[in-house]
Write a new protein. Structure first.
Length: 100
């Protein structure tokens, strides 16, 4: 969980390719300074710890490090999931306007 693979197809064709982004550089990533020195692994649990920090900050009247999803974000996600289920069941394309 400490690396991301990134491919940018917008680059000139001669330099396109996968890039590995190290996510444990404290100067570049907002939560890492709270864990281990640069280059050390982070685990799955650290994602939840970071999210809990943001929730506690918001409840304390502070700003979250990373914006938290809203109720509307969750609602829109559920609409997409419902459309996917409907499309699979009915074996057809489903427009988002059909799902409330």
């Amino acid at each position: 969980m400490n690396e991301l693979e990134y491919y940018d197809a917008r680059l000139p064709q001669g330099v396109q390719g996968w890039s590995t982004i190290l996510c444990t550089n404290a100067s570049s990533h907002p939560y890492v300074a709270n864990y281990w020195p640069d280059g050390h692994l982070i685990g799955y649990e650290h994602c939840f710890i970071s999210q809990a920090l943001d929730i506690c900050n918001v409840l304390a009247g502070k700003e979250a490090v990373v914006p938290l999803p809203s109720f509307n974000d969750a609602y829109q996600t559920q609409r997409v999931l419902e459309a996917a289920m409907l499309a699979a069941t009915e074996k057809r394309f489903v427009k988002m306007e059909e799902v409330f």
